[in-house]
Design a protein around this ligand. Sequence first.
Ligand code: FES
Length: 212
Amino acid sequence: MAETVTITIDDRQIQAAPGEMLLWAALDNDIYIPHLCASREEAHPTASCRLCFVEVEGRPAPVPACTLPVTEGLVVKTRSPQVDSLVAMGFELLMSNHRLDCKNCSANGNCELQRIAKARKLRLKPKNLPVLDKNLPVDDSAANIVYDPNKCVLCGQCVRACRKSGNGTLGFARRGYLRVVTTFGGVPLGESNCTNCGACVKVCPVGALAQK
Ligand code: FES
C-alpha cells in the first residue's frame, strides 16, 4: 500500500496516510473543520455531534469528516451552502441545550463552542430554537473536579478518557433529551470510584468538567 495518498481539500493538495480519517488529515494541515465528538484513537467514530460535515466530490450529500477514510484523489470542500446549513443547524441544536455562562465558565477563551461559533460566524445563543436548560444539580462533591451537566454537549470525550484511565467512572445514561453523562448508578463523583485523576477535565471541550 502507498505510504501516502494525495487528496484535495478546498483546492489545496495535501498528503495523508491512506485510511486516515479526513478530519485529522485536514486538522494536521491547518484546515479547520468543526468537531466535538471525534477522537484520533477511535477506529469506529460515533459521529454524534454532526458538526464535521464536508462536501465530497461524487457524493450526493455531505458526510462527516470524522468517518471518511482518505483515498487517493479524494476531493472535498469544507464549506458549501449545504454543509454550512447542516453545521449551523447542528450547532444551534447543541446550543439550545447548553447552559451559556461564558463569563463565569472555566473554559472561557478556550472553548470549542466559542471556536466553532467564531470560525463559522454562528451565534452562541440560539436564534430559532428555545433554550431548554436541563437544570440539573452541579456536582462539586469530588476533591478536585466540578461537573456541571447543564453545560455538557454529550461529545463522549470524558467517557473515553475515564475508561482509558482505568477508572471507567463516567458513562452515558438515559435517552433523548434526558441523556446525560453520569457515574454508575448516578451517584455524585465524590461517592463514586473517581480517583480525581483529571483525565476528563483535560478533554472536556466546553467546561462542563472543570478543575476546582
Ligand atoms: Fe464528526 Fe462529531 S466530530 S460528527
